[in-house]
Design a protein around this ligand. Structure first.
Ligand code: HEC
Length: 142
C-alpha cells in the first residue's frame, strides 16, 4: 500500500512530509471517485444495474467516507493540497460536512439493500450533492 501511495502522483511534487497526509487523503478521495462513478452510470441508466455489485460499491463508499478526515492534520496544509484554509479555520463546519457525507452514504447502503431504483437514485444524488457542497466550501482550484 505504501509503495502504491508513493508512486500514485508521480507528476506532482514529492510529498516529503512525515506520514504524507496530503498524499494519503488524496488517494482516498480518488478511490471515492472511482467507486462513485460507475454507480452514477447505473443510476443514470447507462450501465446495467446489478444488485450485488451496486451494494458492494455502496458499502465501499460508506467505508471510504470515514477515511480522509484523519489525514487533515493541523500541519498538513502544504502543496500540492487543494484544501482551502477554511478546512483549518472552520473545523466545526468541516466536520459537519463530513457527517453529512457519512449519513448520506449510510442511506445509500440502505437504499442499495432494498434493490429499489426509486430509492437508490435520490440516495445517490444526495451523496453527490454532499461531495459537491463540501468541495465548494473547502476545496479550492489548483
Ligand atoms: C467534508 C468535505 C468533503 C467531502 C464531503 C468530500 N470531499 Fe472530496 N475533497 C475535499 C477536500 C478538502 C479535498 C482536497 C484535498 C487536498 O488536496 O488536500 C478533496 C479532494 C477530492 C478529490 C481530488 C483528489 C486529488 O487527487 O487531488 C476528489 C477526486 C474528491 N475529493 C472526490 C470526492 C468525492 C467523490 C466525494 C463524495 C463521495 C467527496 N470528495 C466528498 C473535501 C471533501
Amino acid at each position: 500500500m505504501t509503495a502504491l501511495l508513493l508512486t500514485a502522483c508521480s507528476n506532482e511534487p514529492q510529498d516529503t512530509h512525515p506520514n504524507q497526509p496530503v498524499t494519503k487523503r488524496k488517494a482516498i478521495f480518488k478511490q471515492m471517485l472511482r467507486t462513485l462513478e460507475p454507480m452514477g452510470m447505473v443510476a443514470r441508466g447507462r450501465e446495467d444495474y446489478e444488485r450485488q455489485a451496486f451494494l458492494s460499491g455502496a458499502k465501499e463508499l460508506k467505508q471510504l467516507a470515514t477515511e480522509p478526515w484523519a489525514h487533515f492534520t493541523p500541519d498538513s496544509n502544504y502543496p500540492p493540497t487543494r484544501a482551502k484554509p477554511e478546512v483549518w479555520q472552520q473545523p466545526s463546519e468541516f466536520t459537519q460536512a463530513q457527517h453529512k457525507l457519512e449519513g448520506s452514504t449510510d442511506q445509500l447502503v440502505k437504499a442499495a439493500e432494498s434493490g429499489n431504483m426509486a430509492l437508490i437514485r435520490p440516495a445517490l444524488n444526495n451523496v453527490e450533492e454532499n461531495c459537491k457542497s463540501c468541495h465548494q466550501q473547502f476545496r479550492g482550484k489548483i
